[in-house]
Structures are given as structure tokens and as C-alpha cells.
Ligand binder design. Sequence first.
Ligand SMILES: Nc1ncnc2c1ncn2[C@@H]1O[C@H](COP(=O)(O)OP(=O)(O)OP(=O)(O)O)[C@@H](O)[C@H]1O
Ligand SMILES: [Mg+2]
Length: 248
Amino acid sequence: MLDKVGQTSAAVAVAGELPIRFSGAGYRVGAVSILCGIDLELAAGPPTVLLGPNGSGKTTLLKLAMGLFAPTTGGITFAGRSTPAAGRRAIVFQKPVMLRRSAAANVAYAMTAAGRPAERSEVARLIAEVGLGGLGDRPARRMSGGEQQRLALARALARDPEVLFLDEPTASLDPASTKAVEDIIARVAGAGVKIVMSTHDLGQARRLAGEVVFLAKGRLIEKAAAPGFFASPSTDEARRFLAGELVL
Ligand SMILES: Nc1ncnc2c1ncn2[C@@H]1O[C@H](COP(=O)(O)OP(=O)(O)OP(=O)(O)O)[C@@H](O)[C@H]1O
Ligand SMILES: [Mg+2]
């Protein structure tokens, strides 16, 4: 069984998701331009962290990269293909929606949906990995916001993703849970999963980012290796953003 699973995931990995390349990609709803002229390559390597003010387009960019909808102008390719391969991308939204089932059943469902056998021991391991050990039988929708956010992470990892998109993954977590989730993200990234995440927590961005993509008003303003970005951003917008000034 394990051999079979190993072979299956290896076979899918060959098809691959990366790099995800945006070429002049834009997204417009009616007269509103939400993202405009995005040229960006998301490649294997350390985490890419999206930074930018509220409404700058981070969540929309994550959804486009996840393949949830297509850009209205320009294009996006996934390892050179214009349609994403099924299954090896996962996304955790800011407000995850849980199935009306136990925590364990939510994780098991995600595993099955991704074509992996939902073995009890693996489900329990994932739940423990996100610090929810012992809560597997709890109704997922009764769990606290922070617990649900961590459960959503376990559910995403259950898909054995090659790329994991995280939209403000610690937005409603207390400091200890934030640290726990950051540790998981670092571990998952270390194991070779590409992390693409948004955050408003600049400390977190400094701790986790390999590179930073800075957005403002739907445009990609700056993309840089994280140390350089934080030490001396090359655009005035990013400098003002890091200084806590409003970028308008
Ligand atoms: N389907 C839609 N229809 C109309 N406007 C939309 C739609 N989706 C997003 N927007 C608008 O696009 C802009 C970008 O939204 P998005 O959620 O991507 O921003 P964000 O950078 O994630 O912001 P935040 O930091 O607040 O999460 C916002 O002004 C939002 O209101
Ligand atoms: Mg957002």
C-alpha cells in the first residue's frame, strides 16, 4: 500500500505544479480592476510572502495561483501548462469552512478527496502535528476560530501538497498558537513544500520569508529576497509600508 502511495505521489510530482508563472495577469470584476499586469514567477524554494495594505490584492493573487479562477487578462501557467494539474496544490483561507463533522473526519475527507488512503494513524498524526492532539472527535464547527485555522492547516497538509497557499494563516491565533503554526510552516517548507502566504505580521514575514512580493492597489510593486527587502526596500511605497505609513 505504502509503495503504491509512494509511486502515485512520485508520478504526480513528475507532472508538477511549479513554477507558477503570471504573465501580464490581471483580474477585473465589472469596471473594478483588482489585479493589473502581474508578472511573477513562483518557483520551488523558500517561502514567498505576499505583503501589502488591505485591499491590495493578496487574497485574489493567492486564489489565481491556486487556479480557483482564471485571470481576465494575461495568463498563468503551471509548470508550463495553462491548466493546473489536479491535486497537488492546497489553500488555507483566512476563514476556513469546515464540514459539519468531527475534526478527524474533516482531515480524512481531504485525504480521500486527494486520492490518498485516509488511514486513522495518519489522520491522528496530522491533527497532532498542528497541536490539536486529542481533539479529533470534536465537531469541527464547534471548535474555536484558532483551532479551526489549525485544523484547516492539517486538512491542507492531508492533500500532501507540492504548493501550499496560506492566506493570513495566523490572523486569529494567540502568540503560542502563532508560534506553533510558524514552526509547522517552517518545517513543511524545509521538507520541500513551496509555501506562498500572505500576512500582515511583519515579524512573521521576517521569520519565514525567503522572498517578499509587495503589492499595492492591485499592482506588483516590488519582489525581492527577504533580507534585502526588509533592510532597504527599493521602492518608496514599500519603504512607507514598512514604516507603518499608509500607502495610498
Ligand atoms: N469578486 C469581487 N468583486 C468585487 N471586488 C472584489 C472582488 N474580490 C475582491 N474584490 C476587491 O478587490 C480588492 C482586493 O481584494 P483582496 O481580498 O485580494 O485584497 P487583500 O490584499 O487580500 O486585502 P486584505 O489585506 O484586507 O485581506 C479589494 O478592494 C476587494 O474589495
Ligand atoms: Mg486578503
